[in-house]
Structures are given as structure tokens and as C-alpha cells.
Design a protein around this ligand. Structure first.
Ligand code: SAH
Length: 438
């Protein structure tokens, strides 16, 4: 069966139509004529496998990565980079029109990523045994099939080197992958790095790691912080278990962004592309005017956004639910001499409801997870008198749905998408809003 691809879907796949029914075709680009085999037929849509590209797009390129097709993390790697940016801008526009009827002309061009390869500063990869050796890799999407990732092109080069060095040391010491029956072995390897300094967390069952293993790991060039996380819960999307143990080196990882000093613990979230984090934070700062009394940042992580805004308000309060991140954020405020910036550990909606009743908030910055703002948060914002909101979103669908609600009280003034994850379908956007009838 043949079909012509008309659109790109939210997961980076091509979409064609058969008798007006959408058919999702992974690995196919807009304008291509492709031969397909339907693999799953639902009432309103079907999913197909690409058998052959009959007429290829001029935007198609050969992906650098030879497991691109099976790994699934980088579906857009088959398209030229400027075209990827056009897809992303279009995905954002479509979502904002669909959910919130926002004028697509408000969506600026996507800011390109400075690095297109080697940009990712962290990985959390599962481990498995392959031909008697412990390897790190990925499960194929929606499957139990494990892929040994020998080289990941989107990881920073130094991060890949450290990954190989760690796997080598673990194998030298005879480490094996996790066995759920005896609850022992290595489940995941988590490494994060900035400026050639790396923090490694080994996620294991009930294992006690040998002193010699620990000292051999600490000999790896650049490894400055080593942690173990004990994780014996059967099936969970969480990578880390409840118990975290500091094994060697420094407890947190130090880094610098635009002259700001930041400390990060393993469980704290941080932007995965350091250079694009700078672009993101500068974009946010450019949208906030000077001389505010109070700025509140909800979902503040280790506090980077608040610290970028340090000169723009007399007081800045961040709200974050992960305790380790709040500890980092308050340390970071102190490290940068910001006594007027503080962070509280709480649910964002809970604390914002309290704050907005007591105080007048000039600017609220929100940077929620992919699920977007929950009803309590939306309700609290609508009832408040907050003048300006900056919504940082990593998910156009939840952004669209949330803006539909907020637009009863707020105008959408600017929308600036930024590419943080080249080759993946992820789209990050910064939206500036102002309260109606001020
Ligand atoms: N703005 C930060 C982090 C954003 S990621 C940065 O740029 O680095 C989203 C953050 O929201 C995570 O740190 C997560 O722990 C936190 N979070 C998730 N749900 C939350 C909630 N209900 N209340 C407060 N924080 C929450």
C-alpha cells in the first residue's frame, strides 16, 4: 500500500491519509511517497511500518547514528536540521491553534541549538548483560528488546568517554545486571557532567559496592562525585530508588552558567543541554522588566531561573517539591550572594495560593513538568492578581490546554520556541502573558 506524507506528528513520525483516516508512519518525511504495511488499526487512526521510500524528500539525509531507526529517541535525525526546526515550530503552532485558538503569527522562529550533536549533559541508561558483559543502552520503544548503545551521538563527547570508562571498570570487577529474584545487580547508570566534571550514580539492588571498585571508579578522569541508589521496586518509571548513598568525592556537582555558580545533587532536575539552558534563561530574563517588588518562580528546580532574574526584583521566592533541589537552590542563592532570593519546599499550587493571598506578585514564572499546570494551579492563578506570567513549557499539548484556560484573564503577548533537543520531537517554549484590564 502506498501513501503520501502530509504532516509530522507529535512523536516525529510522518502522517498520511487513507480514505481520510490518518496513518502514522515512523521514519517518513513530509512530501514523501512511501510504501507501508499497516501494523495496528484502530477506529480513528492506524499505525504503519515503512517498507520503502518510493519518492524521497529533498530534506532527507542519512542519519549519523546507525541505530537511529531502532532506538527511537531521535526520529527527526533523518531530516536536515533547519527543516527539523520548521517541524517544531509547526507542531507548536498546530497545538496552540487546536487547544487555545492562538494566532499562529505570535509564534516566533525556533531558536536553533548551538550544538546539533554532542549536546546532552546527562543520561540515565538501563544496564543489561550482552554476551557475558555488562552494557548500558536502551529498551526499544514499547518493547522488552534491549539495545546496547555503543555510541550515542547526542551525548556530549566527554560524557560518552566517562560512560565507556565506567562500564569498563564495572566489567573488570565482574559486575552484573539486576536480577529481580535475588534483588541484586546493576539496574541503571546515571551520569551528569559540566565543564569536564562528572557525577555518577549507580542504581543497584541491595548490593554493597566493593571499596576497590569505588576507588577504581574514582580514578576515572573527571569523575568528581560518586553515588549509589538502592532500588528494588519491581516496575516503576522512577530511575532512582528511595535510598541514596554518597560513596566518594564531592556530594554535589559544581558548574557555572553565565557567571552564576550552581551546585546540583543527583536527584535534582537540571536542563539537559547546557548551552541551550543559557539561551532559555537569557530569553526568560529578556521578558522580565526591571524594578519589581516580588517575583515568584514555581517549579524552580535548583533555582537557576530565579538567579538569572536576581537584579530584577527586591525579592524572589522559588517553589519546588523535591527537597534535594530546594537545598541546592538555597545553597546556590548563598553562593551567588543573593540574600533576597529564597526557595521553599512545597507543592507549587499550595504555596502559590498562600503567597498570592498575602502578597502582590509582579511576575510569576512557571516551568512545570510535561504534564503542565494542574487544576489547582490554574485556579490559583486565575483568582490571583499576578500581573505578568512567563510560562516555560516542554510540551506544546499541555501548554495549549493551559493557555486555553488562562486566556480568560491573560493576554498572550509573545511565544518564543527554543530547540533544546535536536533530532527529537521535543519543543521548548517561553510564553509571556499579561493580565487583562490592568
Ligand atoms: N526551572 C528549573 C526546573 C524545571 S523542571 C530549571 O530550569 O532547571 C520542573 C521542576 O518542577 C522539577 O524540579 C520538579 O521536581 C518540580 N515539580 C514537579 N511537580 C511539582 C509540584 N507539584 N510543585 C512544585 N514543584 C514541582
Amino acid at each position: 500500500m502506498k501513501v503520501t506524507i502530509k504532516k509530522t506528528g507529535i512523536n516525529g513520525e510522518g502522517i498520511g491519509y487513507i480514505d481520510r483516516m490518518p496513518v502514522f508512519v515512523p521514519q517518513a518525511l513530509i512530501g514523501e511517497e512511501v510504501e507501508i504495511r499497516i501494523v495496528d488499526k484502530q477506529k480513528r487512526y492506524a499505525t504503519a511500518e515503512l517498507l520503502r521510500v518510493v519518492k524521497s524528500s529533498k530534506n532527507r539525509i542519512r542519519p549519523k547514528c546507525f541505530i537511529q531507526n531502532t532506538c527511537g529517541a531521535c526520529p527527526l535525525m533523518i531530516a536536515r536540521y533547519p527543516v527539523q526546526l520548521e517541524y517544531k515550530q509547526d507542531l507548536l503552532k498546530q497545538s496552540l491553534i487546536k487547544y487555545a485558538q492562538i494566532d499562529p503569527r505570535k509564534v516566533a522562529r525556533v531558536k536553533a541549538s548551538e550544538d546539533v550533536f554532542g549536546y546532552r549533559n546527562q543520561f540515565k541508561l538501563p544496564c543489561a548483560m550482552e554476551e557475558g558483559r555488562l552494557v548500558s543502552g536502551l529498551f526499544m520503544p514499547n518493547s522488552n528488546y534491549f539495545i546496547d548503545v555503543k555510541k550515542c551521538w547526542i551525548h556530549e563527547d566527554g560524557l560518552e568517554r566517562v560512560r565507556m570508562d565506567i562500564m569498563h571498570v564495572l566489567n573488570t570487577h565482574g559486575c552484573v545486571s539486576y536480577n529481580p529474584h535475588d534483588k541484586k545487580g546493576i539496574r541503571n547508570l546515571v551520569v551528569r557532567g559540566f565543564d569536564n566534571r562528572y557525577q555518577c550514580t549507580i542504581v543497584t539492588g541491595n548490593d554493597e559496592l566493593d571499596e576497590r571498585l569505588i576507588s577504581d571508579l574514582m580514578r576515572i578522569k573527571g569523575l568528581t562525585s560518586l553515588w549509589q541508589s538502592i532500588h528494588t521496586i519491581k516496575k516503576t518509571p522512577e530511575v532512582f530508588g528511595n535510598k541514596m548513598m554518597h560513596l566518594a568525592g564531592e556530594t554535589s556537582l559544581a558548574m557555572e552558567l553565565d557567571g552564576l555558580k550552581l551546585q546540583i545533587s543527583p536527584r535534582s532536575f537540571f536542563q539537559l543541554n547546557s548551552k541551550q539552558a543559557v539561551q532559555l534563561y537569557r530569553t526568560i530574563a529578556s521578558m522580565v522588566k526591571e524594578d519589581n517588588e516580588l517575583i515568584v518562580e514555581a517549579y524552580s528546580g535548583i533555582g537557576a531561573i530565579s538567579l538569572y532574574l536576581k537584579d530584577k526584583a527586591k525579592e524572589i521566592i522559588g517553589i519546588e517539591s523535591i527537597k534535594d533541589a530546594v537545598v541546592n537552590a538555597n545553597q546556590n542563592a548563598a553562593l551567588n550572594g543573593c540574600e533576597h532570593v529564597s526557595f521553599l519546599c512545597d507543592d507549587a499550587a499550595n504555596k502559590l495560593t498562600y503567597l498570592s493571598k498575602k502578597r502582590s506578585i509582579d511576575v510569576l514564572v512557571v516551568d512545570p513538568p510535561r504534564s503542565g499546570l494542574d487544576d489547582a494551579m490554574l485556579d490559583c492563578i486565575l483568582r490571583s492578581k499576578i500581573k505578568n506570567i512567563i510560562y516555560v513549557s516542554c510540551n506544546p499539548a499541555t501548554l495549549g490546554k493551559n493557555l486555553a484556560v488562562l486566556s480568560s484573564r491573560y493576554n498572550v503577548d509573545k511565544i518564543q520556541p527554543i530547540d533544546i533537543f535536536p533530532h527529537t520531537p521535543h519543543v521548548e517554549s517561553v510564553v509571556l502573558m499579561s493580565r487583562k484590564n490592568k
